[in-house]
Ligand binder design. Structure first.
Ligand code: XMP
Length: 320
Protein backbone atom coordinates (compact mmCIF):
# COMPACT_ATOMS: atom_id res chain seq x y z
CA UNK A 1 0.00 0.00 0.00
CA UNK A 2 1.33 3.41 -0.97
CA UNK A 3 0.87 6.09 1.70
CA UNK A 4 -0.62 9.30 0.37
CA UNK A 5 1.06 12.64 1.05
CA UNK A 6 -1.68 15.25 0.86
CA UNK A 7 -0.92 18.73 -0.38
CA UNK A 8 -1.50 20.05 3.15
CA UNK A 9 1.10 17.68 4.62
CA UNK A 10 3.62 18.18 1.85
CA UNK A 11 6.95 19.81 2.72
CA UNK A 12 8.30 20.29 -0.80
CA UNK A 13 12.01 20.74 0.07
CA UNK A 14 12.01 17.71 2.33
CA UNK A 15 10.15 15.70 -0.32
CA UNK A 16 12.60 16.66 -3.09
CA UNK A 17 15.67 15.88 -0.92
CA UNK A 18 14.23 12.51 0.03
CA UNK A 19 13.47 11.56 -3.57
CA UNK A 20 16.91 12.71 -4.75
CA UNK A 21 18.56 10.48 -2.11
CA UNK A 22 16.28 7.57 -2.99
CA UNK A 23 17.07 7.79 -6.72
CA UNK A 24 20.82 8.03 -5.99
CA UNK A 25 20.75 4.98 -3.78
CA UNK A 26 18.68 2.89 -6.23
CA UNK A 27 20.68 3.75 -9.34
CA UNK A 28 24.09 3.61 -7.57
CA UNK A 29 26.82 4.57 -10.03
CA UNK A 30 24.86 3.28 -13.06
CA UNK A 31 22.83 5.08 -15.69
CA UNK A 32 19.08 5.56 -15.82
CA UNK A 33 16.59 6.46 -18.50
CA UNK A 34 13.88 9.04 -17.94
CA UNK A 35 10.56 8.96 -19.78
CA UNK A 36 9.47 12.55 -20.42
CA UNK A 37 6.10 13.17 -22.07
CA UNK A 38 6.00 16.91 -21.42
CA UNK A 39 3.08 16.52 -18.99
CA UNK A 40 3.29 17.95 -15.47
CA UNK A 41 4.20 14.67 -13.75
CA UNK A 42 7.04 13.58 -16.03
CA UNK A 43 8.38 17.15 -16.16
CA UNK A 44 8.68 17.18 -12.35
CA UNK A 45 10.38 13.76 -12.36
CA UNK A 46 12.82 15.03 -14.99
CA UNK A 47 13.95 17.86 -12.71
CA UNK A 48 14.25 15.67 -9.62
CA UNK A 49 16.03 12.95 -11.62
CA UNK A 50 18.58 15.36 -13.07
CA UNK A 51 19.22 16.80 -9.65
CA UNK A 52 19.99 13.27 -8.43
CA UNK A 53 21.94 11.85 -11.37
CA UNK A 54 23.11 14.72 -13.60
CA UNK A 55 24.55 13.38 -16.86
CA UNK A 56 23.90 9.78 -15.83
CA UNK A 57 20.21 10.33 -16.58
CA UNK A 58 19.20 10.19 -20.25
CA UNK A 59 15.91 11.96 -20.82
CA UNK A 60 13.89 10.58 -23.70
CA UNK A 61 10.78 11.98 -25.32
CA UNK A 62 9.06 9.30 -27.37
CA UNK A 63 7.39 10.78 -30.45
CA UNK A 64 4.53 8.31 -30.69
CA UNK A 65 2.57 10.24 -33.31
CA UNK A 66 -0.22 10.83 -30.76
CA UNK A 67 1.01 14.14 -29.35
CA UNK A 68 -0.43 17.60 -29.67
CA UNK A 69 0.59 20.00 -32.46
CA UNK A 70 4.27 20.98 -32.21
CA UNK A 71 4.61 19.24 -28.82
CA UNK A 72 7.88 17.30 -29.33
CA UNK A 73 9.82 20.39 -30.47
CA UNK A 74 8.20 22.56 -27.80
CA UNK A 75 9.19 20.19 -24.98
CA UNK A 76 12.77 19.85 -26.26
CA UNK A 77 13.09 23.67 -26.38
CA UNK A 78 11.55 24.23 -22.95
CA UNK A 79 13.92 21.77 -21.29
CA UNK A 80 16.93 23.04 -23.23
CA UNK A 81 16.19 26.37 -21.51
CA UNK A 82 16.40 24.56 -18.16
CA UNK A 83 19.72 22.94 -19.07
CA UNK A 84 18.22 19.49 -19.69
CA UNK A 85 19.01 17.74 -22.96
CA UNK A 86 16.05 15.78 -24.28
CA UNK A 87 16.50 13.08 -26.91
CA UNK A 88 13.62 12.61 -29.37
CA UNK A 89 12.96 9.02 -30.36
CA UNK A 90 10.70 8.56 -33.38
CA UNK A 91 8.42 5.57 -32.74
CA UNK A 92 5.39 6.71 -34.75
CA UNK A 93 5.28 3.67 -37.00
CA UNK A 94 5.46 1.28 -34.04
CA UNK A 95 2.56 2.93 -32.21
CA UNK A 96 0.26 3.10 -35.23
CA UNK A 97 1.07 -0.52 -36.05
CA UNK A 98 0.21 -1.54 -32.46
CA UNK A 99 -3.11 0.35 -32.61
CA UNK A 100 -4.08 -0.93 -36.04
CA UNK A 101 -7.54 -2.51 -36.04
CA UNK A 102 -8.17 -1.96 -32.29
CA UNK A 103 -11.33 -0.19 -31.12
CA UNK A 104 -11.78 -1.44 -27.53
CA UNK A 105 -10.52 1.20 -25.05
CA UNK A 106 -8.68 -1.20 -22.75
CA UNK A 107 -7.05 -2.96 -25.70
CA UNK A 108 -5.87 0.41 -27.00
CA UNK A 109 -4.36 1.20 -23.61
CA UNK A 110 -2.66 -2.19 -23.49
CA UNK A 111 -1.26 -1.73 -27.02
CA UNK A 112 0.21 1.63 -26.01
CA UNK A 113 1.62 0.26 -22.76
CA UNK A 114 3.37 -2.67 -24.46
CA UNK A 115 4.76 -0.49 -27.24
CA UNK A 116 6.11 2.06 -24.76
CA UNK A 117 7.54 -0.22 -22.13
CA UNK A 118 8.39 -3.44 -23.89
CA UNK A 119 9.33 -2.34 -27.39
CA UNK A 120 10.60 1.24 -27.21
CA UNK A 121 12.01 1.55 -23.69
CA UNK A 122 12.99 -2.14 -23.64
CA UNK A 123 15.19 -1.49 -26.68
CA UNK A 124 16.61 1.80 -25.34
CA UNK A 125 17.45 0.28 -22.00
CA UNK A 126 19.11 -2.78 -23.60
CA UNK A 127 21.18 -0.60 -25.91
CA UNK A 128 22.27 1.79 -23.17
CA UNK A 129 23.05 -0.69 -20.43
CA UNK A 130 20.83 1.28 -18.00
CA UNK A 131 18.96 -0.74 -15.38
CA UNK A 132 16.34 1.81 -14.30
CA UNK A 133 13.56 3.84 -15.86
CA UNK A 134 12.22 6.94 -14.09
CA UNK A 135 8.61 7.88 -14.66
CA UNK A 136 5.88 10.13 -13.27
CA UNK A 137 3.19 7.76 -12.01
CA UNK A 138 0.98 9.46 -9.38
CA UNK A 139 -1.43 8.06 -6.84
CA UNK A 140 -4.55 8.78 -8.90
CA UNK A 141 -3.14 6.63 -11.74
CA UNK A 142 -2.73 3.74 -9.30
CA UNK A 143 -6.17 4.18 -7.71
CA UNK A 144 -8.04 4.14 -11.02
CA UNK A 145 -6.12 1.14 -12.28
CA UNK A 146 -6.53 -0.89 -9.11
CA UNK A 147 -10.23 0.01 -8.93
CA UNK A 148 -10.60 -1.36 -12.49
CA UNK A 149 -11.82 1.98 -13.90
CA UNK A 150 -9.02 2.42 -16.42
CA UNK A 151 -5.77 0.62 -16.90
CA UNK A 152 -3.47 3.65 -16.74
CA UNK A 153 -0.52 3.19 -19.07
CA UNK A 154 2.09 3.53 -16.34
CA UNK A 155 0.96 1.18 -13.53
CA UNK A 156 2.54 -2.28 -13.10
CA UNK A 157 3.57 -3.39 -9.63
CA UNK A 158 0.07 -2.86 -8.18
CA UNK A 159 -1.26 -5.22 -10.86
CA UNK A 160 1.27 -7.89 -9.93
CA UNK A 161 3.50 -7.11 -12.93
CA UNK A 162 7.25 -7.08 -12.23
CA UNK A 163 8.74 -4.62 -14.77
CA UNK A 164 12.15 -6.27 -14.48
CA UNK A 165 10.73 -9.61 -15.61
CA UNK A 166 8.32 -8.14 -18.14
CA UNK A 167 10.55 -5.48 -19.71
CA UNK A 168 14.10 -5.99 -18.41
CA UNK A 169 14.44 -2.93 -16.13
CA UNK A 170 13.33 -1.54 -12.77
CA UNK A 171 10.95 1.40 -12.60
CA UNK A 172 11.44 4.29 -10.15
CA UNK A 173 8.35 6.41 -9.41
CA UNK A 174 9.28 9.41 -7.24
CA UNK A 175 5.75 10.93 -7.29
CA UNK A 176 3.75 7.83 -6.43
CA UNK A 177 2.54 9.28 -3.08
CA UNK A 178 1.21 12.51 -4.56
CA UNK A 179 -1.86 13.76 -6.38
CA UNK A 180 -1.85 16.42 -9.08
CA UNK A 181 -2.08 19.39 -6.71
CA UNK A 182 0.94 18.11 -4.74
CA UNK A 183 2.89 17.45 -7.95
CA UNK A 184 2.37 21.05 -9.09
CA UNK A 185 3.66 22.34 -5.75
CA UNK A 186 6.80 20.17 -6.01
CA UNK A 187 7.22 21.32 -9.64
CA UNK A 188 7.32 24.93 -8.55
CA UNK A 189 9.78 24.16 -5.74
CA UNK A 190 12.11 22.20 -8.04
CA UNK A 191 12.44 25.14 -10.44
CA UNK A 192 10.05 24.37 -13.29
CA UNK A 193 8.63 27.44 -15.02
CA UNK A 194 4.94 28.09 -14.39
CA UNK A 195 4.15 27.13 -17.99
CA UNK A 196 5.19 23.59 -17.02
CA UNK A 197 4.10 23.15 -13.39
CA UNK A 198 0.71 24.71 -14.09
CA UNK A 199 0.22 23.02 -17.43
CA UNK A 200 -3.15 21.35 -17.87
CA UNK A 201 -3.05 17.61 -17.28
CA UNK A 202 -2.57 15.46 -20.37
CA UNK A 203 -2.86 11.67 -20.39
CA UNK A 204 0.02 9.27 -21.12
CA UNK A 205 -1.86 7.62 -24.01
CA UNK A 206 -2.11 11.16 -25.43
CA UNK A 207 -4.61 11.85 -28.22
CA UNK A 208 -5.41 8.13 -28.45
CA UNK A 209 -7.36 8.71 -25.20
CA UNK A 210 -9.53 11.17 -27.14
CA UNK A 211 -10.52 9.13 -30.15
CA UNK A 212 -13.51 6.81 -29.78
CA UNK A 213 -13.07 3.82 -32.11
CA UNK A 214 -10.19 3.27 -34.54
CA UNK A 215 -6.98 5.24 -33.96
CA UNK A 216 -5.47 6.00 -37.35
CA UNK A 217 -3.05 8.73 -38.43
CA UNK A 218 -5.94 10.53 -40.14
CA UNK A 219 -8.24 10.42 -37.11
CA UNK A 220 -5.44 11.55 -34.78
CA UNK A 221 -4.79 14.41 -37.16
CA UNK A 222 -8.46 15.49 -36.90
CA UNK A 223 -8.54 15.39 -33.11
CA UNK A 224 -5.17 17.18 -33.01
CA UNK A 225 -6.61 20.05 -35.05
CA UNK A 226 -9.65 20.27 -32.75
CA UNK A 227 -7.40 20.11 -29.67
CA UNK A 228 -5.34 23.07 -30.86
CA UNK A 229 -8.54 25.13 -31.19
CA UNK A 230 -9.99 24.05 -27.83
CA UNK A 231 -6.72 24.68 -25.96
CA UNK A 232 -6.33 28.11 -27.55
CA UNK A 233 -9.88 29.23 -26.78
CA UNK A 234 -10.08 27.82 -23.25
CA UNK A 235 -6.58 28.61 -21.97
CA UNK A 236 -7.76 31.53 -19.82
CA UNK A 237 -10.62 29.68 -18.14
CA UNK A 238 -8.50 28.37 -15.23
CA UNK A 239 -10.22 25.02 -15.71
CA UNK A 240 -8.46 21.83 -14.57
CA UNK A 241 -8.48 20.22 -18.03
CA UNK A 242 -10.11 20.78 -21.42
CA UNK A 243 -10.10 18.70 -24.54
CA UNK A 244 -11.65 17.71 -27.85
CA UNK A 245 -12.98 14.20 -28.45
CA UNK A 246 -13.50 12.64 -31.87
CA UNK A 247 -16.52 10.34 -31.94
CA UNK A 248 -16.96 7.23 -33.97
CA UNK A 249 -20.59 7.75 -34.96
CA UNK A 250 -21.32 9.91 -37.93
CA UNK A 251 -24.39 12.12 -38.06
CA UNK A 252 -26.34 13.63 -40.91
CA UNK A 253 -25.52 17.24 -41.60
CA UNK A 254 -25.61 19.48 -44.65
CA UNK A 255 -22.97 21.27 -46.66
CA UNK A 256 -23.41 23.33 -49.81
CA UNK A 257 -27.13 22.47 -49.79
CA UNK A 258 -26.41 18.72 -49.84
CA UNK A 259 -26.48 15.94 -47.28
CA UNK A 260 -23.15 15.45 -45.50
CA UNK A 261 -22.85 12.39 -43.27
CA UNK A 262 -20.23 14.00 -41.08
CA UNK A 263 -18.05 13.82 -37.98
CA UNK A 264 -18.86 14.77 -34.39
CA UNK A 265 -16.49 16.52 -32.02
CA UNK A 266 -17.29 16.71 -28.32
CA UNK A 267 -15.71 19.43 -26.20
CA UNK A 268 -15.05 18.77 -22.52
CA UNK A 269 -13.90 21.31 -19.96
CA UNK A 270 -13.50 20.19 -16.35
CA UNK A 271 -13.32 21.83 -12.94
CA UNK A 272 -11.43 19.57 -10.54
CA UNK A 273 -8.82 19.66 -7.79
CA UNK A 274 -7.18 16.28 -8.11
CA UNK A 275 -8.94 14.49 -11.02
CA UNK A 276 -10.74 12.08 -8.70
CA UNK A 277 -14.03 13.88 -9.19
CA UNK A 278 -14.78 16.61 -11.69
CA UNK A 279 -17.62 18.76 -12.94
CA UNK A 280 -18.12 20.57 -16.24
CA UNK A 281 -17.07 24.21 -16.26
CA UNK A 282 -20.01 26.60 -16.75
CA UNK A 283 -18.69 28.13 -19.94
CA UNK A 284 -20.53 31.17 -21.29
CA UNK A 285 -22.74 30.36 -24.28
CA UNK A 286 -20.76 32.84 -26.41
CA UNK A 287 -17.67 30.73 -25.82
CA UNK A 288 -19.52 27.53 -26.76
CA UNK A 289 -20.62 29.18 -30.01
CA UNK A 290 -17.08 30.29 -30.74
CA UNK A 291 -15.80 26.76 -30.14
CA UNK A 292 -18.39 25.34 -32.54
CA UNK A 293 -17.65 27.90 -35.25
CA UNK A 294 -13.89 27.45 -35.11
CA UNK A 295 -14.01 23.66 -34.93
CA UNK A 296 -16.40 23.43 -37.88
CA UNK A 297 -14.21 25.82 -39.86
CA UNK A 298 -10.88 24.25 -38.85
CA UNK A 299 -11.54 20.50 -38.77
CA UNK A 300 -12.53 18.97 -42.10
CA UNK A 301 -15.75 16.95 -42.18
CA UNK A 302 -17.18 18.05 -38.79
CA UNK A 303 -20.94 18.75 -38.80
CA UNK A 304 -21.68 18.50 -35.06
CA UNK A 305 -20.02 19.99 -31.96
CA UNK A 306 -21.33 19.12 -28.49
CA UNK A 307 -20.37 20.14 -24.96
CA UNK A 308 -20.27 17.52 -22.20
CA UNK A 309 -22.42 18.41 -19.18
CA UNK A 310 -22.06 15.20 -17.13
CA UNK A 311 -19.91 15.01 -13.99
CA UNK A 312 -17.16 12.51 -13.04
CA UNK A 313 -18.41 10.08 -11.79
CA UNK A 314 -20.05 8.51 -13.71
CA UNK A 315 -18.07 10.07 -16.60
CA UNK A 316 -14.29 9.97 -16.58
CA UNK A 317 -12.19 12.93 -17.67
CA UNK A 318 -10.89 11.39 -20.90
CA UNK A 319 -13.10 9.10 -22.98
CA UNK A 320 -10.87 6.07 -23.56
P1 XMP B 1 -9.79 9.84 -16.15
O1 XMP B 1 -10.00 9.94 -17.64
O2 XMP B 1 -9.52 8.45 -15.72
O3 XMP B 1 -8.44 10.63 -15.90
O4 XMP B 1 -10.86 10.51 -15.36
C1 XMP B 1 -7.96 11.13 -14.69
C2 XMP B 1 -6.71 11.96 -15.03
O5 XMP B 1 -5.64 11.10 -15.48
C3 XMP B 1 -5.30 11.39 -16.84
N1 XMP B 1 -5.10 10.09 -17.48
C4 XMP B 1 -3.93 9.45 -17.54
N2 XMP B 1 -2.72 9.81 -17.10
N3 XMP B 1 -1.84 7.74 -17.88
C5 XMP B 1 -1.67 8.96 -17.30
O6 XMP B 1 -0.55 9.28 -16.94
C6 XMP B 1 -3.01 7.31 -18.35
O7 XMP B 1 -3.11 6.21 -18.87
C7 XMP B 1 -4.11 8.22 -18.17
N4 XMP B 1 -5.42 8.13 -18.49
C8 XMP B 1 -6.01 9.28 -18.05
C9 XMP B 1 -6.47 12.18 -17.40
O8 XMP B 1 -6.08 13.02 -18.48
C10 XMP B 1 -6.95 12.94 -16.17
O9 XMP B 1 -6.17 14.08 -15.91
Amino acid sequence: MTTEITVQDLDTQQFIDKQVEEIKSQVGDGQAINALSGGVDSSVVTMIGHRALGDRLRTIFVENGLMREGEPEHVVDLFAGLGVKVELVDARDEFFAALDGITDPEEKREGITQTFYKDVFGRLVRESGARHLLQGTILTDVDETVAGIKRQHNVFEQLGIDPEKAFGYKIIEPLIQLRKDGVRKVGEAVGLPEELFNRIAFPGPALAARVVGAVTRERIDLVRKATTIVERLLKDTNAFQYMAILHEDRVTGMRDGKRDFGLQIEVRCWDSVDARTASPTRLPFDMLEKLAEEIIRGVPGVVSVTYNIATKPPSTIDVV
